[in-house]
Design a protein around this ligand. Structure first.
Ligand SMILES: Cc1ncc(COP(=O)(O)O)c(C=O)c1O
Length: 410
């Protein structure tokens, strides 16, 4: 076709086949970007109140950065790291013991990842044959599902509804789906709902895994941002290590998003299979960064500071959103507030959360992320840039003023 490269017909079906790159669908983050650009040009006098950012606003702790600076200059760190250095694996096992009381064999039950995203991308390669099913909660982080489909597998979605405490309805999964399912991917503290797991929930998950022979992948990316009760690791539960793995990320709790470090921990045979896929996909994270991540894991109190900051910010935002009509509650974890979207404003009715979020951007330059796959909800993130508490408070006052002007209906 006109303008197509000679290889247009060669693209694999998994990325769209011969139609690759021709889709007209605009994804929600692109829609937000476009609306942001438009409102900045229409209202240059109005600063953006950006609650749409899903990344930490601080850099890594000085202690961690100092270790990285030193380690970069060491000759022994120059090469391929393959499946990771022992010092990091031992630090990860030590962290799991110190923070969660979980005992892991550093040699066989822990392995690093270049962020939890690639770990979630690689695990389906070890288990999914064409026709197999991965059970994925929605709304959620879709990477393991995308890769399941790349391997010819299918995704069965489990909606997280408020009335179920944002837990999936495992009993409601049809028998024929359970038979074909090999993986159940869960994520607690949950992004974006902010729900945290209870022991009772994890117990049910383990029973479900045993009864149906399904492997559990628990994504603990936000675990250090747990409020209320101390953070709960899936691996603290009896039988958890028998049925799966938990993935821990350095990104959120340690402000190390761009450093790309995480680890997979749990059943040694699953860790080994992940290691084999990984060995054929990358050559490990730069050893200087692994050493810096080791230093962070040796100091879990760094995570405590991150937690305290986002806890403070979330409390302020809950208060502001409730003052303007939302029904916001402190989440159990994460740096997100997940609230029911308004159904309209004045004479206007919103079709869904996406409609509502576009309205808030256009009318008041307030940015948040809409989710519509288990009811219409908006996600407000407290990772906005503010250099001190005065700036935070000024931003909250401005948010209350702008949203307070809108006669929203809920
Ligand atoms: C639930 C969840 N899992 C995984 C990730 C990926 O994190 P990482 O930086 O460790 O790849 C994110 C990042 O936003 C996330 O929210």
């Amino acid at each position: 076709m006109n303008g197509d490269p000679w290889f247009q017909g060669l693209f694999a079906d998994r990325v769209g086949g011969a139609n690759y790159g021709k889709g007209t669908e605009i994804y929600k983050f692109e829609k937000i970007k476009r609306a942001k650009r438009a409102v900045m040009s229409d209202h240059p006098e109005r600063t953006l109140l950006d609650f749409g950012i899903g990344e930490n606003d601080d850099m890594a702790d000085l202690l961690v950065r100092d270790v990285a600076k030193r380690e970069i200059d060491k000759l022994e760190n120059r090469g391929y790291a393959d499946n990771g250095i022992a010092a990091f694996k031992e630090a990860a096992a030590g962290f799991m013991k110190k923070v969660f009381g979980v005992t892991l064999n550093a040699e066989t039950e822990v392995l690093h990842a270049i962020g939890s995203k690639p770990a979630l991308a690689m695990l389906p390669a070890a288990f999914i044959n064409p026709g197999d099913v991965t059970l994925m909660t929605v709304p959620g982080y879709p990477v393991a599902g995308t890769h399941t489909k790349y391997y010819g597998g299918k995704v069965h979605e489990l909606p997280l509804r408020e009335e179920n405490g944002f837990y999936p309805d495992l009993d409601g999964i049809p028998a024929e789906v359970r038979k074909k399912a090999k993986l159940l991917v869960i994520n607690y503290p949950n992004s974006p709902t902010g729900a945290v797991a209870t022991r009772e929930f994890y117990k049910r998950v383990i029973e479900f895994a045993q009864a149906n022979q399904i492997i559990i992948i628990q994504d603990a990316a936000h675990i250090l941002l747990s409020y209320g009760d101390p953070p709960l690791s899936f691996l603290q539960m009896d039988g958890a290590k028998e049925v799966g793995v938990e993935i821990h990320s350095m990104s959120k709790g340690f402000n190390m998003i761009g450093w790309r470090m995480a680890f997979v921990a749990g059943h040694p045979k699953i860790v080994q299979a992940y290691a084999d896929v990984k060995d054929n996909s990358d050559s490990g994270q730069f050893m200087a960064i692994q050493q810096a991540a080791k230093a962070a894991l040796d100091h879990p109190e760094i995570g405590e500071r991150t937690r305290a900051k986002y806890h403070r910010r979330l409390k302020k935002l809950v208060d502001v959103l409730n003052r303007v009509g939302f029904q916001a509650k402190m989440p159990g974890g994460t740096y997100f507030l997940y609230v029911k979207a308004p159904t309209g404003c004045g004479d206007l009715s919103f079709k869904n959360a996406e409609d509502a979020s576009q309205f808030l951007i256009n009318q008041q330059s307030v940015i948040c992320v809409p989710w519509d796959n288990a009811g219409p909800y908006l996600r407000f993130s407290v990772t906005y840039l503010a250099k001190d508490e005065n700036e935070e408070d000024a931003l909250m006052t401005e948010t209350a003023n702008r949203l307070g002007k809108l006669p929203m209906r809920f």
